[in-house]
Ligand binder design. Sequence first.
Ligand SMILES: NC(=O)c1ccc[n+]([C@@H]2O[C@H](COP(=O)([O-])OP(=O)(O)OC[C@H]3O[C@@H](n4cnc5c(N)ncnc54)[C@H](O)[C@@H]3O)[C@@H](O)[C@H]2O)c1
Ligand SMILES: [Zn+2]
Length: 405
Amino acid sequence: MARFTLPRDLYHGKGALDTLKSFDGKRAMVCVGGGSMKRFGFLDTVVANLKEAGMEVELFEGIEPDPSVDTVMRGAEAMAKFQPDWIVAIGGGSPIDAAKAMWIKYEYPDITFEEMCKVFGIPPLRRKARFCAISSTSGTATEVTAFSVITDNAKGIKYPLADFEITPDVAIVDPTLAETMPKKLVAHTGMDAMTHAIEAYVSTAHCDYTDPLAIHAIRMIQRDLVGSYNGDMEKRDNMHNAQCLAGMAFSNALLGIVHSMAHKTGAAFSDYGAHIIHGAANAMYLPKVIAFNAKDPAAKARYRVIADEMKLGGANDDEKVQLLIAFLRGMNDALNIPQCIGHYGADSYPCDQGFVPEDVFLARLPEIAKNAIGDACTGSNPRIPTQEEMEKLLKCCYYDTEVDF
Ligand SMILES: NC(=O)c1ccc[n+]([C@@H]2O[C@H](COP(=O)([O-])OP(=O)(O)OC[C@H]3O[C@@H](n4cnc5c(N)ncnc54)[C@H](O)[C@@H]3O)[C@@H](O)[C@H]2O)c1
Ligand SMILES: [Zn+2]
């Protein structure tokens, strides 16, 4: 038996924030990040709409990018005091993911972070509150997914929490919120969405319910991402839907080792001054992982379908896989994303010498490879790498060398 779960309601299109006016509840806790939602007036609209619905509203502000366990614990404490029956999270993946984890801790005050990390082991929620997610970036699709990614800063590791319990009750996908994204964010979140769709399509857990969502998302992202990056607002609006479709696919089909590697490298070099931003990490690793996975015949056949749906040409499966890899690398170039860690600058742009020194990378490689294999996303990848293969793969991602194993 398999399960396919999505939010009960999804409101999309311009003006979708209005739906908050008809919410039924007493107290809403609004969780938000560092200021962009306030600056552009979206937070005021959310608060006003919830008040119009007759609710008392309290804010939990300042959730940082790549939210930490500490922030989750602080948010849960604030919820324990305020006793909301609605949790409304607005912003990018970071505040929404943090709010999801706060929600678990609010419902189960004694649960530890380690217990929350047990894949598909979260106890039933909704005893105290329901959850509404309003996304302002076009990538993570956390407004429709069963996932939340929380960083343990002490360990420098990102932990994905995974359970359909944390799939939101209501998702609001209003493209107006995505229009204020700076270019770099458009690029990173857009390639995150492309990675979600491709990994979901080749995942061992894919099915007839997830495939059409993944393929349609891939075609939309191929058509609209670069234009959105270059300022076409119609394409920007389309991307907000495309990333959400990709999210519906991967929330139910799961992901693969591109994400395992991104999770375990993201914060691994933060002592050298930067994170490897999630979407940029995915964009760099995806072409390498496709070359690795394509050694598996079933995965190769799935990549062929993707290449055909994208109308990339090619006379046989090998050529089609190569054309897919070349196309994705071309997208990285068009979006000013480096092709490898060695050329990933602290500002995330391509440069000659990236912020991760070679000797540091090599010294940490065995541990990172081990953590990546142990990541929750590895199990549904079509080819399970050994420790040696994962180390080789990560090296290809550092030096931008060909994957021939
Ligand atoms: N839950 C999931 O299923 C899932 C999937 C992929 C990634 N993630 C996680 O999500 C996080 C990344 O989320 P993200 O990429 O959405 O970025 P983010 O939430 O970290 O936001 C990045 C920055 O963009 C700003 N911002 C957000 N929306 C804006 C807008 N409309 N206009 C202007 N500025 C805006 C924020 O203030 C912040 O400074 C990572 O922690 C990643 O691991 C989660
Ligand atoms: Zn992702």
